[in-house]
Design a protein around this ligand. Structure first.
Ligand code: TYC
Length: 103
């Protein structure tokens, strides 16, 4: 093979595997007590949504039971879900979020 370096080009023509890390949705769950304004503020502060999009997601959760706040690699999704759950609890609200693997 050292005498036939053209064979080395084979390895360079293989399609590269561009692996994205597995993605997880941070899902907000509805409840009867958390104020709508509080949910909108969470969506803006923790997930970077503007007021219009935060309002849309909050209303989706309110009317459909759940909604996606954002999609991230697992570590980031877990951290955001924990931060939101802890902050809501610290403010006396039952708001819950969970993470779901994206198919
Ligand atoms: N259902 C709540 C209310 O009527 C609002 C709400 C929306 C609560 C989204 C939680 O994830 C939630 N005040």
């Amino acid at each position: 093979d050292q005498e036939h370096p053209e064979h080395e080009t084979d390895v360079m023509t293989v399609t590269p595997e561009l692996k994205r890390p597995p993605q997880y949705a941070v899902v907000l769950l509805n409840d009867d007590y958390t104020p709508m304004d509080f949910v909108i503020e969470i969506l803006q502060q923790y997930f970077g949504l503007d007021l219009d999009r935060a309002t849309q997601v909050m209303l989706t959760v309110h009317y459909e039971g759940k909604g996606i706040a954002g999609i991230y690699p697992r570590d980031i999704a877990e951290t955001k879900a924990n931060q939101v759950n802890n902050y809501a609890r610290s403010q006396g609200h039952p708001l819950l979020c969970q993470i779901e693997p994206q198919e």
